[in-house]
Design a protein around this ligand. Sequence first.
Ligand SMILES: CCCCCCCCCCCCCCCC(=O)SCCNC(=O)CCNC(=O)[C@H](O)C(C)(C)COP(=O)(O)OP(=O)(O)OC[C@H]1O[C@@H](n2cnc3c(N)ncnc32)[C@H](O)[C@@H]1OP(=O)(O)O
Ligand SMILES: Cc1cc2nc3c(=O)[nH]c(=O)nc-3n(C[C@H](O)[C@H](O)[C@H](O)COP(=O)(O)OP(=O)(O)OC[C@H]3O[C@@H](n4cnc5c(N)ncnc54)[C@H](O)[C@@H]3O)c2cc1C
Length: 659
Amino acid sequence: MASTQNLKEATGNHSSWESLLPDFPKGPLCKYRKKASFNWKEMAVLLDGKDIIQLKNRIFSALESDPLFVHHPGEELSREKYQELTFLRCKRLFEYDFLTQQEIIENPLKIFHMVLCIGMYDWSPCIQYLLHFLNCASYLLEFIINTPDFEAAKFWIGNMGKHATHAVVYAQLYTPDGQYQGLHSFLVQIRDIKTLLPIPGVVVGDIGKKIGQNGLDNGFAMFHNVRIPKENILNIAGDVTAEGKYSSSVKDVKERFSAALGSLSSGRTVITAVSMTNLKLALSIAIRFSAVRCQFGPTDDEEIPVLEYQTQQWRLLPYLAATYALDYFCKSLFENLTEFYLGLLTKQRSQRQADIGREIHALCAASKPLTSWTAQQAAQECREACGGHGYLAMNRLGEIRNDNDPNCTYEGDNNVLLQQTSNYLMSWMHCIRDKVPFESPFGTINVLQDYHHILDWKFTAMSVEDCMDSSVPLAAYKWLVCYLLRESDLKLSKEKQSGRSDFEAKNNCQVYYCRSLAIAFIEQTVLQRYHDYTHDPDIPSTLQPVLKNLSALYGLWSLSKHLAVLYQGGYASGEQAGRFIQNAILELCYRLKDDAVALVDVFAPPDFILNSPIGKANGELYKNIWGEVLQGSKTLNRPSWWTEFCINRPVAGRLKSKL
Ligand SMILES: CCCCCCCCCCCCCCCC(=O)SCCNC(=O)CCNC(=O)[C@H](O)C(C)(C)COP(=O)(O)OP(=O)(O)OC[C@H]1O[C@@H](n2cnc3c(N)ncnc32)[C@H](O)[C@@H]1OP(=O)(O)O
Ligand SMILES: Cc1cc2nc3c(=O)[nH]c(=O)nc-3n(C[C@H](O)[C@H](O)[C@H](O)COP(=O)(O)OP(=O)(O)OC[C@H]3O[C@@H](n4cnc5c(N)ncnc54)[C@H](O)[C@@H]3O)c2cc1C
């Protein structure tokens, strides 16, 4: 639901939020800005609230005024230099200390916004900074650490390549009595604090150049009989006494495993938001570009902005709708996570706390894949939507695409994580079968309470106009989740009945079944939350129509990828259903095209942070590109190897074999 404070501010005195957000410079984008159906400043205040906008302004202007964060257009930084600069920037972020503890306690959402603002500038210093707080790492034995072979060496660890002095290491804990106590985390020193040289017994180094995020040094480590003090066990779920006896308030090994992995949920929640932020960056660039780049037209002397083309709208505007829906989802997920952490901090041992842990794990294990893949596809689409200019490195779409890419892999590979969500959903089947009442703390699985009834639902819209509200795709999603759950469960039973082991049976149920189930579930959850938000009667009437259009477009466009299953399972039949959905998508794209520039104005960071000539707020496409091109230190130089071209000319056939 809409935050009451944000609602009050959005509907309150306009002059107070006018001054929070400066007007954009006049220029070619004004044409679309004038056509918008709503006031972008009012929308920004509704979505974030004044307090967060002030925080963002504070961070953005600090980075812009600091010489250490200055951009170096046209300069190729070596990896070594980039890593050094990233480290200096990371140190500077600690010096800024943007949020006081009191501010964080009063509104934990501020951390989330702080991280994303820094990331909009560059993910390398942002992640380096974050990892210094929460260092995730590898695997070690008890209090003496050994890495048995190269395969067991820890690889990829963030900050470890060049400078980390300590690592938080996940380990299988064995006590002196030989008992296995499950997964625990430990603090291990790996380098000397004064010299940065490795601690005896530790082999530590840099893993080499990556596809993106090269400011961040990822490293490897191997341990040979490294001793760590007993108190370095991070006793989230258990501890070991001076006599070597294990004690834990969580008795079950499996439960302790979940407790130890709890921190991964915060990482996955943050990565969901990081990916959503990449959507914001890529779309700000592509939509501003599309609104000013003119190509062809109905007559020889009239060229139109490429945003007027149906294909361009259909390629970009669903991603814009996805950005709004996912932005809302990220904030709500962060609130769920905050509740989970409050429980941990106050040492809650209730059933509700355990249920919250399971639900949040299932949610972020699917929201990370959904959002990172959406951002990956969007970044590529935006790159192509900007034509050749999209491929120019200075316009930043390549960097966004490459820096987003590892979001699909780290903190758990997307395909592997989706299995966690489908496992969770499948675990409710016994309640459904036995007709035992059930619910989850955040209510995301409550849709399954009506499982038997929902399976009888059909697509009932009678026209394109009927489909223009997100209630239509939402109903279809509820059916889809129930249907895929039933099919996955049946498939698993069949596999087991045919004599397959549990491992094999589960493995054979992934593609088209459990994997699709997890994806449909998270899409339905995102849509349900966004539908509820956009249909809240308290949303100002000036903003509600455009928000409802975004919700409908996100729902229909996501659903359209499941059309085959909707027909296959009998929810839809005849050619009309599919046609209505397709036409509604096109109609919504058309209705949103005049709002598109204002919709990106709401979330685009200042030009300095966005750092893309074709994405600048003034829309002066060609002036901005030329301005940047001519700043390159070697742009007008002849090459250093010019004599090879002009003087040492090749003699054709000189090296040809004479035999
Ligand atoms: C403001 C804050 C800042 C934070 C800021 C972070 C920084 C964000 C910036 C990006 C920076 C990235 C930097 C990269 C950092 C890495 O990449 S660190 C390395 C991360 N590594 C991973 O994520 C490994 C991924 N793999 C896995 O997690 C495990 O393989 C899997 C997927 C859990 C599967 O393991 P498995 O042994 O097959 O376990 P499984 O039998 O499925 O599960 C056992 C039970 O535990 C439960 N469980 C498993 N995981 C969990 C969990 N996380 N929670 C609860 N329960 C769990 C299961 O549900 C299951 O329960 P039951 O069904 O039995 O009831
Ligand atoms: C930029 C970056 C930074 C990282 N930082 C850190 C860090 O700081 N600390 C840290 O500990 N780690 C870090 N990692 C490592 C990261 O957590 C792992 O790469 C990730 O968890 C995936 O594991 P993997 O590489 O072993 O992939 P693998 O498990 O080898 O997966 C390879 C492929 O096999 C598939 N696959 C694997 N198992 C299954 C299965 N059961 N069913 C179906 N398919 C399967 C996967 O889908 C994947 O496509 C980082 C990685 C990257 C890319």
